[in-house]
Design a protein around this ligand. Sequence first.
Ligand code: GLN
Length: 258
Amino acid sequence: MTAASDLTIGVLLPDVLGTYSDSGNAVVLAQRARWRGIGARVEHITAAAPPPTSCDIYLLGGGEDTAQGFAVDWLRRHPGLCRVLAGPGLTFGVCAGLQILGHTLTDLQGRRHDGVGLLDLSTSPGRRRIVGEVVTRCVIPGVGLVTGFANHRGATTLGPSARPLGRVVSGTGNDARSARRDAVDGAVGENVIGTYLHGPVLARNPALADHLLERVTGVSFAGTGEPDVPDLPALRASYLARARRRLGGAPIAGGEGR
Ligand code: GLN
């Protein structure tokens, strides 16, 4: 990104991947950049056209096994794009997007397929599907706790040159085998970051979104606030407190009564 140009966010294969609205991550990045006076543009990079290699950030969403198989084949047919995904671009993958970025993916029949090889990790089917809310403590300084929703059968093992993105505080991480104290989510390479968490995860975790933006813009987002955005958690707490009083302290359906 140059001072004169807009930040460009490329959503890779939104026609194939994007479980749980993962492409919303692009909307979050673009809006948070604009709030800081940085122009931002989202490009939807579909399978039909040759992909641009000039985006600052590339996003890969989640998807079912067949969709991710298609995505790996497509990416491997575009080696110029893959080189950019490794850097200078910053790549952020979610779930299938994380798995695709690794060395290998083993399918339910035990066949091993090559991934894109940008993260030092491999994925093979776990014994059970991992579904549910997850909280992690992010290893990136300043990001803090990260929350998201996981739904995957693949179990991912990190190699020595990938660091986890977060240490699991609750829920299940990259695989269901690890003991709680060793459980981790996602992976971090030099210019490539992945997580199992949907949400969209950057909508649920603005500090993680700002970390990605800081990396590509060189601008510090710390303490700049969010213009025009009401304090939603505070509003929600006040509504719930009012509802609780109306109900005479009875728990509210959905576990909000605490
Ligand atoms: N198909 C992959 C799995 O189940 C990824 C799922 C997803 O992206 N939600 O492991």
